[in-house]
Each structure stands twice: as structure tokens, then as C-alpha cells.
Design a protein around this ligand. Structure first.
Ligand code: T1G
Ligand code: NAD
Length: 650
């Protein structure tokens, strides 16, 4: 089957690309398009060409699977130039997403038209590279430099209407795209054609513009190289001749394509596509999700309910009594009001979110729920009582889930009728923001129940990772090892502030001690105390000493650091030094790279143990947990990838 075919509607040629699943620009496709230009240039009956794609989307970019291999001719920038130089004008007809090389091919066309549901973008920086086929050089010539900077350095696509307003496309249609594109072509031929995109003028902003953008792009990039390199390419495009700017872009693209950051980001790209589709569930139909119950309107329950409402799912929010229900409802409303304040939601949308919530203390309201997620106190007796009520209130086929962080979900399943419909669904706080969802089956969990957990993740745009049962599952177990490793360095005399600074320099939003002060030292302390109460041997940690001294973090004015009221900046604490004096062996100097390498190695060592025990299915799943649950820098690939690659650089 040819990936490119040519039909005719009178004097308009229809060039159709068909390269499933996303029409990626493989070598065969690039060659097919090159040949199509040659064929149509030689056909006197053809006056214009419409480039359209079969399947779910326009060309979604270069073929990422080819990235690890030497580039093969025809190279994409040459193909884009060949299309632009065709004797007959080409019109790109876009549906789905025209991304990366796909949009670059469209910019080689004389015109671009799109369905109103389509989007266009240049996501290359999310793969650690810059556009490599004129994206940084043609985009400013269509949309102007300012819009091009936003599009290229963010990597975020824009919808058709916005693309039209920016000048990235020339028309937006509803309905039959091909027919509309052919009519557009015929109409365009009745007038003088605009110049090819490469010949259109671009206005160069002043130095102040570039200085300002460098600051904002660097801040958003958080250590990733590609966005700033893309900014340099865009400045070249604004200030240098087209050919010189193209050469600069190509050189930058080839350099970054072989970089550690690009390798790490490609690893994450494929990991994010493997995790949501475990092979053993490929042919298993999930339970349809039409109505979801949430038990508990506290920190997690409100966040989970918000995530469900954001996905358009009706929610039944159940609390233990009317006062708690009022608090829970207020928690949920506060989340949407915050979104309105940030401009993410309109007032009407926030109201619609709340209108889809049935708030009640009556479990009978769950009679038609397809799924119920429990998020009540982290106490097994409380949870068991809740599931006793769910067992009678819910349909026998309703999926029942616990959001517990540390309790063994088997302790709940064992007392439950139809335990095949039970599993753990471990959300991360804030549950309507963090994309990670640890899916924890118990031995009785059926494949259909498990498939429903993965279907929920898809519906909520979450990254699902299946976890076996151990203390803390995957993420919190690695967090415990990471924190123990950091405390061990403190005991060796490495300053607390140095450790935090090292992990921030590595790319984390904050270091292990700052993070505990923000979240509260008492959460983990209570978990350790609970284990000790059950007779487990849990050695004292430095954190225990601080909590016992009343230092629970920012919420008590001090934890690992001191805080002056109203100022969240951490300050080294003489009190902490005194409290820990007997446990710190002098002072130890350790450079920040070594600190980061050591602590990432500790995470990876625990990850390897998790793999060896079969708690996680693959190392890349562990990387996803750290990236999407704990803010591990994406451009490092995750602790497993970074540690394996760590023989190169940290
Ligand atoms: N190359 C190869 N395979 C790809 C691919 C790509 N660019 N994009 C997706 N796939 C595969 C994916 O692995 C999965 O395979 C299947 O398609 C469905 O993907 C020169 C150099 C297009 C919005 O970064 O954003 O162009 O697991 O589950 O949710 O400047 O895929 O089924 O076997 O994501 O409907 C720039 C990346 C490349 C686009 C569709 N382009 N893809 O989302 O499906 S760099 C991108 C996406 C570039 C030029 C540079 C999404 C999508 P499998 P999916 P989806
Ligand atoms: P929380 O104290 O904020 O909220 C618990 C809620 O449960 C309260 O509103 C309480 O009124 C309600 N509740 C108690 N008994 C109930 C009953 N019988 N029926 C209905 N509602 C009842 O606690 P949280 O932080 O939201 O944690 C809830 C669960 O989520 C725990 O199992 C916790 O381990 C887990 N979890 C917490 C986090 C986190 O960061 N806080 C992250 C992941 C998972």
C-alpha cells in the first residue's frame, strides 16, 4: 500500500497521505510526497494540489522512531522547500493535529486550511529538540515573531480559530474538508497568489524584546535546553536572511537531536504511551463510566471530585455528616473558584461543574454509581465501615476503589462481597492537577475492574501506572528511600540547605527538606508511629526528632528550616542544629553534582528493588511515577533512565 496517492477533481489534484497511526513523516512518506511534487509539476492538466490525510489526523510530525538512526534522504527541510517550489500551488487541508514536521510541511504549502476542530503546533521542544524543517524560520513569516516565540518555545499547539487569527492558516471549515479545500483552491486560482512563505517579510523586534523573552523562556524551561535554543533560532530568523537562518536551525536541530535531554524526553514520550495500555488488558472491555461516587470531601476527596467534574463525569459526593458535607462542598467549590481566579474557568463553567455534583450523607444516592472512590481518614476501621455501607448501597457490579496511601488494600478487599470489583486508585495531591494515578489491584481484582481503572485514567487525562502491593506502592516507597538518603547525608555533616540546593539545581522544584516543610513533617511521622504501634521496627529518623519538638514545617513556623511570619523563604535553623547536634558527625563537604547523583542513585536503587519484586512492570513506569507524581525533571527522563545514563552526566 502506497503511503501517498493522487486523485483528481478536474484540474485540482488530491494528494492523500495514508501512513497509520498518525501519518508520521517516515522515509517512505517523505519520498512519496517528493515524487508527488514531481508528478504534478509534469502534469499540465493540474493547476493546484490539495494535500490531505487519511485516518484520524494530518501529519503528526517526523517519525519519532527514526530519531535514533542517521537521517535519510529526502531530508524534511528539503521536502518542505520542494513543495514550496512546486510549479502549482499546494493547499494543506488539516484535520486532527498538524504537529512538528507536519505543520512544517503545511507551511511549505502556499495555503493552509483546517477543520474547526483541528490544531497546529510545533512540539519539538517537548522532545528536547527544535523544529528541524523551517519551523523557527517560516512561522515568524506567517504569524510574526511574538506569536512564533510563544508557539515554538512552549511547544503547545493552538486550535484552528486561534491559528487563523494568528495568520498560521488561511481558512477554517466545518463539514467536508476535502470539498472545502478544493473550492478554496479554485477560488485562490482566480486571484494573484501570495508569495511563498519563505519570501514573506518578517519584522525584527528590538533587543529589549529578546532580553525579556529570554527571561520568561528560561523560567518556563526549568533547566531544559531546547526552548532557549529555539529562541536563538527565532532571533536568527528575524534578523538574518532565510537561507542563513535555515542553516542555523538545521545545525541546532542536529546537535540537540543527539543530546542527553532529547534521549530522555523520547524515553518519556514512549513511556507515556506504553503505560496506559498494558498488553494483558488489550482485549478487555472496561465498565462504562457514567456516574462516579466519591466518599470523603477532604483534601483528596474534593480534588478527585474536581478531576471527575473537569472530565464531565457526574459525581455523588458523600460525607459522614452535614457539617463535614458542607466543608467538603466548600472544598470543592474553592477549587473551581481558584480556577476562575486564574482564568482557567468562567463563572458559568465553575457553576456547571458544581451543578454536576450530588452532595449527600446518604449512601443510597450511590445506587446507580458505576464506580465509587473512597477517600476517608487513613484508618482501616473507618475505611472498612465505609466499604460495608458501599457493599449494600452500590450495584453488585459497581467498581469500588480506595485512595489509601499506606494501608494494604487487601485488608479492605478481604471483608468485601464481590472483591473482584475492588482495587486501589492512588491519586496524588492536588488530585485535580497531578497526572499520576497509581492503579493497585488486589489478588481478587478482575481484569474488567482493572481495565476500568485504566479507562478512568484516560477519561481524566491521567498517567496510569500499575503497582503491586508494598508499603507506599511505587512512589511513596521511593520517596521514603530518597528522604532516608538525604537524612543520611545530614548525619554525615552535609548541610541541609546544600542538599536542597543540589536537588533544585538538578531540576526538582524544591529539595527534600523544603518539600517536607511545605507538606508537613507530621504526615510521614504519623505513618511511622502507626507502624511502630503495630509492632514494626521503624528506626528513629531525624524528622521524628523535629516533629516531637513541635517542628512540623511551615504550618508550625518551622520544620527543617525557620520561617519568619508571612515569609515562606526557608532559613537555616539554629534550633534544628541544636536538636540534631548529637546525631551529626561534624561537617562534610560534598559538591552538588555528587549529592544529586547520590540521591538519584538511591531512588533508582529502590526502583530496581521494586522491579525485582514485580511491584512495577517496567523501569519506564517508575520514571513516569517520579515525573508525574513528584516533579522529577522530565528532561532527565526519570531516576531509572537518569541513573542508567548517569554514567554520562547528571
Ligand atoms: N512518530 C511516530 N509515532 C508516533 C508519533 C510520531 N511523531 N506520534 C505518535 N506516534 C504513535 C504513538 O507512539 C502511538 O503508537 C500512536 O502513534 C498513537 O499515539 C522535523 C523533527 C499526534 C496528538 O511530537 O502528540 O516533527 O503505541 O497514543 O493520543 O521539526 O501522538 O499505538 O504503537 O499519542 O491520538 C513532532 C507526537 C515530532 C507529535 C495523537 N511531533 N504525537 O495523540 O495518540 S518531531 C510530535 C502526539 C518533528 C520536525 C521534528 C500524539 C498525537 P502505538 P497516541 P493520540
Ligand atoms: P482528609 O482528612 O482531608 O479527608 C478525609 C475526609 O473523610 C474528611 O472530610 C472526613 O469527614 C471524611 N470521612 C471520614 N469518615 C467518613 C465516612 N464514614 N463517610 C464519609 N466521609 C468520611 O484526608 P485526605 O488527605 O483527603 O486523605 C484521604 C485519603 O486519601 C487517605 O486514605 C489518604 O491516605 C489518602 N491520600 C492522601 C493524600 C494526601 O496528600 N493528603 C494523597 C494520596 C492519598
Amino acid at each position: 500500500m502506497s503511503v501517498v496517492s493522487i486523485d483528481h477533481q478536474g484540474d485540482i489534484a488530491i494528494v492523500t497521505v495514508d501512513n497509520p497511526p498518525v501519518n508520521a513523516l517516515s522515509k517512505a512518506l517523505r519520498q512519496g510526497l517528493w515524487d508527488a511534487v514531481e508528478t504534478l509539476d509534469a502534469d499540465p492538466s493540474v493547476r493546484a494540489a490539495v494535500l490531505i490525510c487519511a485516518g484520524r489526523t494530518f501529519i503528526a510530525g517526523a517519525d519519532v522512531t527514526e530519531f535514533g538512526k542517521p537521517p535519510q534522504e529526502p531530508h524534511l527541510p528539503d521536502l518542505v522547500d520542494r513543495i514550496e517550489g512546486a510549479e502549482k500551488p499546494w493547499i494543506a487541508a488539516i484535520h486532527g493535529s498538524a504537529l512538528g514536521g507536519g505543520f512544517e510541511v503545511a507551511m511549505g504549502c502556499r495555503f493552509r486550511v483546517a477543520l474547526d476542530s483541528a490544531s497546529v503546533g510545533l512540539p519539538e521542544v517537548s522532545l528536547g529538540i527544535v523544529p528541524g524543517a523551517s519551523g523557527t524560520v517560516r512561522t515568524p513569516r506567517l504569524a510574526g515573531v511574538e506569536a512564533a516565540v510563544d508557539l515554538v518555545t512552549s511547544g503547545k499547539p493552538v486550535r484552528a480559530a486561534k491559528a487563523l487569527s494568528l495568520g498560521l492558516i488561511d481558512a477554517v471549515f466545518a463539514g467536508d474538508l476535502q470539498a472545502s479545500a478544493v473550492a478554496f483552491a479554485r477560488d485562490a486560482l482566480t486571484r494573484d497568489l501570495p508569495p511563498p512563505v519563505s519570501e514573506r517579510p518578517v519584522t525584527a523586534p528590538d533587543d529589549a524584546f529578546w532580553d525579556d523573552r529570554r527571561k520568561t523562556v528560561a523560567k518556563a524551561a526549568k533547566g531544559a535546553d531546547a526552548p532557549l535554543r529555539a529562541l536563538d533560532c527565532l532571533r536568527k530568523a528575524a534578523e538574518a536572511p532565510f537561507a542563513e537562518a535555515m542553516a542555523h536551525e538545521r545545525q541546532t536541530f542536529l546537535e540537540l537531536r543527539g543530546s542527553d535531554q532529547a534521549a530522555a524526553l523520547r524515553h518519556v514520550f514512549f513511556a507515556e504511551r506504553a503505560a496506559p495500555r498494558p498488553p494483558h488488558l488489550r482485549d478487555v472491555d472496561p465498565l462504562p463510566l457514567r456516574r462516579v461516587g466519591v466518599i470523603g470531601g477532604g483534601t483528596m476527596g474534593a480534588g478527585i471530585a474536581a478531576a471527575l467534574r473537569d472530565a464531565g463525569l457526574p459525581v455523588v459526593l458523600v460525607e459522614r455528616d452535614s457539617e463535614a458535607l458542607a466543608r467538603g462542598t466548600a472544598n470543592l467549590r474553592a477549587i473551581f473558584e481558584g480556577a476562575v481566579k486564574r482564568g482557567k474557568l468562567s463563572d458559568a463553567q465553575a457553576e456547571a461543574r458544581m451543578a454536576g455534583v450530588t452532595a449527600t450523607t446518604d449512601y443510597a444516592a450511590l445506587a446507580d454509581a458505576d464506580l465509587v472512590i473512597e477517600a476517608v481518614f487513613e484508618e482501616i476501621a473507618v475505611k472498612r465501615a465505609v466499604f460495608d455501607q458501599l457493599a449494600t448501597a452500590c450495584r453488585l457490579d459497581a467498581v469500588l476503589a480506595t485512595n489509601t496511601s499506606y494501608l494494604d488494600p487487601r485488608l479492605i478487599a478481604d471483608g468485601l462481597p464481590n472483591p473482584d470489583r475492588f482495587l486501589g486508585l492512588h491519586f496524588f495531591s492536588p488530585a485535580n492537577v497531578m497526572r499520576l494515578l497509581e492503579i493497585v489491584p488486589v489478588p481478587q481484582t478482575s481484569d474488567r475492574t482493572l481495565a476500568t481503572g485504566f479507562a478512568l485514567a484516560r477519561a481524566l487525562n491521567k498517567i496510569p501506572v500499575q503497582s503491586g502491593i508494598c508499603e507506599g506502592f511505587i512512589g511513596n516507597r521511593i520517596l521514603k528511600r530518597y528522604r532516608a538518603g538525604a537524612e543520611a547525608l545530614v548525619r554525615q555533616g552535609v548541610p541541609i540547605a546544600e542538599i536542597d540546593a543540589a536537588m533544585r539545581a538538578y531540576g526538582l522544584a524544591m529539595g527534600p527538606f523544603e518539600a517536607q516543610d511545605l507538606g508537613g513533617l507530621d504526615i510521614a511521622f504519623l505513618q511511622r508511629e502507626g507502624a511502630r504501634a503495630l509492632g514494626q521496627d521503624v528506626p528513629e529518623t531525624l524528622g521524628d526528632i523535629l516533629v516531637r519538638a513541635g517542628r512540623k514545617g511551615q504550618k508550625t513556623g518551622g520544620g527543617w528550616y525557620d520561617y519568619t511570619p508571612g515569609d515562606r523563604r526557608p532559613q537555616p535553623s539554629p534550633m534544628v542544629a541544636a536538636l540534631l547536634a548529637g546525631r551529626i558527625a561534624g561537617t562534610a563537604a560534598m559538591d552538588r553534582d555528587a549529592i544529586a547523583r547520590h540521591l538519584v542513585g538511591e531512588m533508582a536503587a529502590e526502583g530496581q528493588a521494586i522491579l525485582d519484586e514485580g511491584i512495577a512492570a517496567r523501569a519506564s513506569d517508575i520514571d513516569l511515577v517520579e515525573i508525574h507524581g513528584y516533579g522529577f525533571p522530565r528532561w532527565r527522563g526519570g531516576p531509572m533512565f537518569a541513573s542508567a545514563a548517569g554514567t554520562r552526566t547528571v
